[in-house]
Write a protein that binds this ligand. Structure first.
Ligand code: SD4
Length: 291
């Protein structure tokens, strides 16, 4: 049984190619990393990789992570500036014994030392968005934009191995140095081939409060279906934050177990995700808030 599931419709092109690769018996690590890299390369996606929207200082700081569900090895980068394909840097870091999570200048230096490509990741289009936003908020002060579209992709190969990969430019107008959930193990992603994997998209500050991805995998390990785990984690976190904190941001998740069964949950009006498995033809789903 093979399978692949991804947050947001923007992953469709990458997932299509990787589903074919998984069906042909290719390894899951390559499948998820290549699918995320395809999204990173597309200049019109404003929240991932090349073309991502900048911080309030005008720099594009990118976060990405990779986790291998067989070994539990992970690699992640945060606030990475001007390196093509952060996901490939994160994947390379997952093969190191130490330094699994590198941020900022250190991440960039390491990437360059390993031969990754120096590339200006700010596009003219993203710069125009930034200037427009600066003009709009001139009098009110800059504040993070609540739009979000992190790509998170989970794969399962025919040998039962699982991996997960994430990539994002984070929140538009974030502070320099701000990290969201996407490069944080257990929050933006988690993967254990003995059970399954989960990945999140939304407001990182809130997703991190629930260690969201780890909690979904833990509930699947205790016997919940992926859908039960996704729903219960998202809505319990939403209720808890509403009662204890008085507000909650966008929370959306996808997950898959090692049998290729999948689930998704969201607290926003509509959340799209892409799935293909040996049993489920490639489909873009639009799931709605159920709570
Ligand atoms: C973050 N979770 O940096 C990310 C933002 C995002 O879809 O775009 N999520 O908080």
């Amino acid at each position: 049984m093979w399978g692949i599931i991804a947050t947001w419709r923007m992953a469709l092109e990458g997932v299509t190619e990787s589903a074919t690769a998984l069906a042909a018996g290719k390894p899951v690590s390559t499948a998820v990393v290549d699918a995320v890299a395809t999204v990173e390369d597309f200049p019109f996606y404003k929240s991932v990789g090349y073309g991502g929207l900048p911080t309030e200082n005008g720099d594009v700081e990118l976060d990405a992570a990779y986790m291998d569900g067989d070994t539990l090895a992970f690699g992640a980068v945060g606030n990475l500036v001007d390196i093509a394909n952060p996901i490939r840097v994160a994947h390379a870091l997952s093969r190191q014994r130490y330094n699994s999570l590198l941020v900022g200048q250190g991440a960039r230096e390491w990437a360059l030392s390993q031969g990754f490509t120096d590339k200006t990741m700010l596009t003219d289009r993203a710069l125009q968005h930034y200037r427009k936003r600066c003009r709009e908020t001139l009098d009110k002060g800059l504040s993070p934009y609540n739009g979000h579209d992190t790509v998170g992709i989970i794969g399962l190969d025919n040998h039962g191995s699982m991996s997960v990969a994430t990539s994002t430019s984070g929140l538009f107008m974030k502070k320099r140095g701000r990290l969201g959930d996407s490069p944080i193990i257990g929050s933006g992603f988690y993967c254990d081939s003995e059970t399954g994997a989960a990945t999140a998209t939304g407001v990182g500050e809130d997703l991190m409060k629930g260690c969201t991805s780890y909690e979904i995998v833990r509930r699947m390990a205790q016997g919940m279906t992926p859908q039960q785990a996704a729903d219960s984690v998202v809505f319990e976190l939403e209720d808890k934050l509403m009662s204890r904190f008085g507000r909650v941001g966008d929370l959306s998740v996808v997950c898959m177990n090692n049998k290729g069964e999948f689930g998704a949950a969201t607290n926003i009006k509509t959340f799209s995700f892409v799935v293909a498995t040996a049993r489920q033809p490639l489909t873009v789903f639009r799931t709605e808030r159920q709570h």
